[in-house]
Design a protein around this ligand. Structure first.
Ligand SMILES: Cc1cc2nc3c(=O)[nH]c(=O)nc-3n(C[C@H](O)[C@H](O)[C@H](O)COP(=O)(O)O)c2cc1C
Length: 413
């Protein structure tokens, strides 16, 4: 989560209270809902890019990215069981500080911490850290691997009385030190990853215990899961020890027509200009320079924007092949950012679809993205959760107290 949902105009909805995302009570309410719904965890994204570049208009998009640790601490204080997963970049941090923050979150929450390991993809992040350019992706993943290795050594040393600390000398980090804590409840926080490229998938296969990925269709989910499980086995790990949790955005109503109408209403809250700003921000290229009715200028974008060309081509080519205008493509993107699956319908249909995906090997669980917060989350908890429990797809109560136990992962202590 970040903000009140992913629809760029969602904050304009009549039920929206966009300022609530700056209010602690909003996070407390969401945390209590997630725990009432017996969720494994709350997952916070994080973005480090400058806010003024390429169409980013925080006052219009209302998707602020606040610090996940601080908000998860507040959420942990009003809950007892639900996991707390923070996204933290390995490109713009140091291992000792991150290891300490996760050890502290794990202690403060009684073993509920998880780390969504990201390498920071947005080129506009670099100037915030005194750099003119983002490090190339292959190097970012090399650094990430060593970063996680150092953090893991630090957590493991805590539990090993024979080891007073670590002495690591590597390509990226030299660390001699230790954490000032007597123990970490889970031994290590749960390691989550969200990379898509070959490098990202290999890194996940060697490191991750849960993966957050886009999978727009069941077939895409099955292909991704098969691919990751193969890579995990090749890395000498147990494929069942890596849970694949694709994003699932949703809009619910008590009739299918009602849900479709609700989604249309949310989409209509964003005019073409807002949708174009939304994509501009995502790709770090100001599309407002062009006429909204122009075809997507893919070659100019690839030449001028700093994201890897292959990533931009993969994202925009379907729109180019459909001959879409900038405005049409951006409206579609606003509905399905980053290619996550979207569900619009009734609670019964949603529970059936989730069960079908699990049964057909499309995933091990879901990273839910309510279209509009907190209303859609409430509907999910009140109306979909009981149906999933009836199908034995979701616990009626938590059995253990740690995030590792909720995910069925082995204890690290
Ligand atoms: C589903 C998903 C969620 C992500 N969430 C974040 C995030 O919150 N913050 C961030 O800096 N990067 C995020 N990323 C970016 C990844 O960490 C990674 O840097 C990026 O996807 C480029 O690597 P790739 O080509 O291997 O995917 C996310 C990626 C995916 C696929």
């Amino acid at each position: 989560m970040q903000g009140i949902g992913f629809y760029p105009g969602g904050w304009r909805h009549k039920l929206a209270q966009p300022r609530s995302v700056f209010d602690r009570s909003y996070y407390e309410e969401v945390a209590e809902l997630a725990e009432r719904g017996r969720f494994d965890a709350i997952v916070f994204g994080d973005q480090l890019q400058g806010r003024d570049a390429a169409g980013r208009t925080p006052e219009r998009l209302a998707i602020p990215t606040l610090d996940p640790f601080t908000l998860l601490s507040a959420m942990g204080a009003v809950t007892h069981k639900v996991g707390l997963v923070a996204t933290v970049s390995t490109t713009y941090n140091a291992p000792i500080g991150v290891a300490e923050r996760f050890a502290s979150l794990d202690l403060a929450s009684g073993g509920r911490a998880g780390w969504n390991i990201v390498t920071t993809a947005h080129p506009n992040s670099a100037p915030n850290f005194g750099e003119s350019e983002l490090m190339e992706k292959g190097l970012r993943y090399q650094r990430a691997e060593e970063f996680v290795n150092v953090a893991t050594q630090l957590w493991d040393a805590v539990d090993d009385p024979a080891r007073p600390g670590i002495a690591h000398k590597g390509q990226w980090f030299d660390v001699e030190g230790r954490l000032d804590t007597p123990y970490v409840p889970q031994g290590r926080p749960v390691l989550v990853q969200a990379g898509q490229s070959g490098d990202g998938r290999d890194f996940a296969a060697r490191t991750a215990e849960a993966i957050f990925c886009p999978a727009a269709t069941l077939e895409a989910g099955q292909a991704f899961r098969t691919d990751i499980r193969d890579r995990v086995a090749r890395a000498g790990r147990d494929p069942d020890g890596v849970k694949i949790m694709p994003g699932l955005a949703f809009i619910l109503a008590d009739s299918e027509e009602g849900a479709i109408a609700k989604e249309r209403e949310l989409l209509e809250m964003a005019d073409d200009g807002l949708c174009i700003e939304y994509l501009s921000e995502s790709i770090g290229y100001d599309l407002t320079r062009h006429d909204a009715t122009d075809l997507i200028p893919i070659d100019t974008i690839v030449a001028e924007c700093e994201f890897p060309a292959e990533d931009i081509r993969r994202m925009l080519t379907p729109g180019v092949e459909r001959g879409q205008s900038i405005a049409d493509y951006c409206r579609g993107y606003a509905r399905q950012p980053r290619g996550h699956a979207i569900f619009v319908g009734t609670p019964e249909q949603m529970a059936a679809r989730m069960g079908h995906w699990i049964k057909e090997g499309g995933c091990d669980g879901f990273t839910l993205q309510p279209g509009f917060m907190p209303e859609e989350l409430k509907l999910f908890v009140d109306h979909v959760v009981p149906l999933l429990q009836d199908q034995n797809l979701l616990r009626r109560d938590y059995e253990g107290a740690t995030l590792r136990s909720h995910l069925g992962l082995s204890s690290r202590r």
